[in-house]
Design a protein around this ligand. Sequence first.
Ligand SMILES: NC(=O)CC[C@H](N)C(=O)O
Length: 372
Amino acid sequence: MRAILALEDGSVFIGSHFGATGTEVGEACFNTSMTGYQEVLTDPSYSGQIVTMTYPLIGNYGVNPEDYESGKAQVSGFVVAELAKVPSNWRATEALGPWLEKQGVIGIEGVDTRKIAKHLRSAGAMRACLTTELTPEEAVEAARKAPSMEGCNIVDKIGSHPMTPEEVDALVTEGVLPPTEYDIVAFDFGIKYNILRQLRENGFRVTVVPAHTTAEEVLGMKPDGVFLSNGPGDPATLTDIHREVAALIGKVPMFGICLGHQIISHALGAKTFKLKFGHRGANHPVKDLRTGKISITSQNHGFAVDPDTVPDDVEITLMNLNDNTVEGIAHKTLPVFSVQYHPEAAPGPRDPQYLFRDFKQMIAASKRQTAR
Ligand SMILES: NC(=O)CC[C@H](N)C(=O)O
C-alpha cells in the first residue's frame, strides 16, 4: 500500500506503508541515531512528531518491551528508508512492522530519509502529514492545517502516570537494586523509564507525581530532592508549572533534564525559543564551561534556553559545540541545576551519567548545610 509524507512547504515523499493505516499530522523532525529506534518510538517527548530516522536500515533487531521508554509508542508517525521485515536478534519478541500496527502508528519506508533530513535542516522544522489514504495535494493541505509545535502544550495531552517507589523499582530488570539513600519526588511531564532506572540505580527512592502537582503538595511529602523530567511540546506554555517550580526553588535541591531544564530556566526568569530544527541524535558534543571537558550526548529537543535571558544569579554551565546553544545551567547559590540533553541515554552514549551522582552530592551538601 502507498504511503505519502507531505510537508507544509509542498514537498512530497511517496513510499510504501507499514504499521497502521490512516492519516496523521504533526511536526516533521529527524533523528540521526544509528540504533535505539524503540527508545525513540516510545519516548513521550516525541508525542506530536513525525520522526524520520536518517540511519537507513531500521527494525533489524526487532522489538522487546524491556527497551521501551514508556508504556507505548508515542510518535505521530515514523519514516524510514528500509524496514527490516525479519529481525535478527535472540531478544526480539516481534518484528517492528507488526508491532507498530498494533501500536496504531503509521509508518512509511522506501523514501530518501537523508534528503528529508537535509531539507528540514535547511528549510527548518515544519508541519507534516503522513497518510495512506489522501492524495499528495490533500496531504499537503492537511499539513498546512496542522497545529504548530510552537505554543503547543502536549504535556497535558499525553497526561501523567504517577508511580510508587515499588513500581519504579520494578523498571530495573538488570542487576541488584542498591539500598536507597534519599527520597525524591519526580515530576512526570512524559518521563522516560531509563531516567527512573538511573535515579533508582543511583540510590534514590523515587515517587513519580503528576505534572501539575503543587509546590505545597510536594513539600508536604518532605522529599530530599525534586526531579523534573523530559516531555513534549513547547515549554513556554506550561506557565502554571513554572510557578509551582519557582515556589520550590531554594526550598529543596532540584535537578532537571530537557523539558525539566527548560521549566527550571523559565522558573528562574529565563525564556526559551524554538530551534530552526531540533537536536535529535546520539553524538552531540557538549562542553562543560567550568572544566573544559566535552561529553558526547544523546539529544532530543526542539526548543532551547535563550542565553540573553538567563538572570545574573544563574550560570550557564554547558554549551553545545555544534551551534553554541545552552545545554545546562546552575544557580550560583541555590541547589538547582539542569541539563538540556539526556544523560540517561536510551538511546545513546552514557558519558554524562555522572550527573545523577552530582544530584546525590548536591542533596548531601544541602543536608549538611541544613544540619549546621
Ligand atoms: N526531550 C524533551 O524533554 C524535549 C523538550 C521540549 N519538548 C523540546 O522539544 O525542546
